[in-house]
Design a protein around this ligand. Structure first.
Ligand code: HPA
Ligand code: ZN
Length: 319
């Protein structure tokens, strides 16, 4: 039995399993530079975030139609439900599709079709968070927010992802201000590969309500004290951290120290098709590698609901 939990750090494009990638490639007549799923899986040896992102954005070429996005999302929700996920706040990267000629309307309609039936079919409530690519310009982010305006009824918030180092949060001050004025919630990836100062900046300049990853906060004791005091949730992704070499081995992951410090940590899967596991797989892996007590695991699950953008009645149902 897997513990009921909310998933708060999940890129829908990162749930593209090799089998579905090849099926969509055939459906859409897209040629892939891999002979088969084994050869594709072989390529999943990453040295850092950028080496992953190169493959990840390349494989998105197979996602072209509304049906593709619906099938991708449906497959994720089925897997998530089987792993005890009751609520999922799902990231997507509009710019990674718009730049390939796939409009945000197609993406949101496909995702939305799967999300609309998620509670009935999978028992999973959902929210959508659109992320800006931080290695693209601030102008491009603003254009993306503009393009999203007809779809804001479906989108709960904005996030910031892609290559972190050299792309500090402050570049996106204006688009985050515009998003806040539209009533959108704000999160941001920070402190995955980038320095603790990026976390501080995401809080101060972008008004981020949650920090995605946030691992490197530990290098700044004052920042840790602030995150504890203000109960700022961190959406950690342990298997991702190992695969992208943010930590050497799972047994050295700082999650126990972070919980001991009083940080509001959650455990999530990031890009599960690429990093070796979905939500419960991450819970199991940290339990095994770090010897977390049942009480600590319950705390992590409780934190996931506390940190979610859930209304109170939805929260009750999710439990
Ligand atoms: N970091 C930044 N961007 C991403 C990630 C990540 O872990 N996964 C997908 N896009
Ligand atoms: Zn991420």
């Amino acid at each position: 039995m897997s513990i009921p939990k909310a998933e708060l750090h999940l890129h829908i494009e990162g749930t593209l399993e090799p089998e579905l990638a090849f099926a969509l490639a055939a459906r859409n007549g897209v040629a892939l530079p891999y002979a088969d799923t084994d050869e594709l899986r072989e390529a999943y040896r990453f040295s850092d975030l950028q080496s992953f992102l190169n493959l990840y954005y390349g494989l998105m070429a197979v996602l072209r139609t509304e049906d593709d996005f619906a099938d991708l999302t449906d497959a994720y929700l089925a897997r998530a439900a089987a792993q005890g996920v009751r609520h999922a706040e799902i990231f997507f990267d509009p710019q990674a599709h718009i730049s390939r000629g796939v409009g945000i309307g197609t993406v949101v309609a496909g995702l939305g079709r799967a999300l609309d039936r998620s509670e009935a079919v999978h028992g999973v409530s959902t929210q959508l968070i659109m992320c800006f690519l931080r290695d693209e310009s601030a102008e491009s982010a603003m254009e993306t927010l503009e393009a999203a305006k007809p779809h804001l009824g479906r989108i709960v918030g904005v996030g910031l992802d892609s290559a972190e180092v050299g792309h500090p949060p402050a570049k996106f001050r204006e688009v985050y201000e515009a998003a806040a004025a539209l009533g959108l919630r704000r999160v941001a990836h920070a402190g995955e590969e980038g320095p603790p100062a990026y976390i501080t900046e995401a809080l101060d300049v972008l008004g981020a309500e949650r920090i995605d990853h946030g691992l490197r906060c530990l290098e700044d004791p004052e920042l840790v004290a602030r995150l504890v005091r203000d109960r700022v949730p961190l959406t950690l992704c342990p298997l991702s951290n190992v695969r992208l070499r943010a930590v050497d081995v799972l047994a050295e992951h700082p999650l126990p120290a972070m919980l001991d410090a009083g940080l509001l940590c959650t455990v999530n899967s990031d890009d599960p098709a690429y990093f070796g596991g979905y939500a419960e797989d991450n819970f199991r892996a940290v339990r095994a590698a770090l010897g977390l007590s049942p009480e600590r695991l319950r705390e992590l699950a409780r934190n996931s609901f506390l940190a979610a953008f859930l209304e109170h009645d939805e929260e009750r149902r999710a439990r």
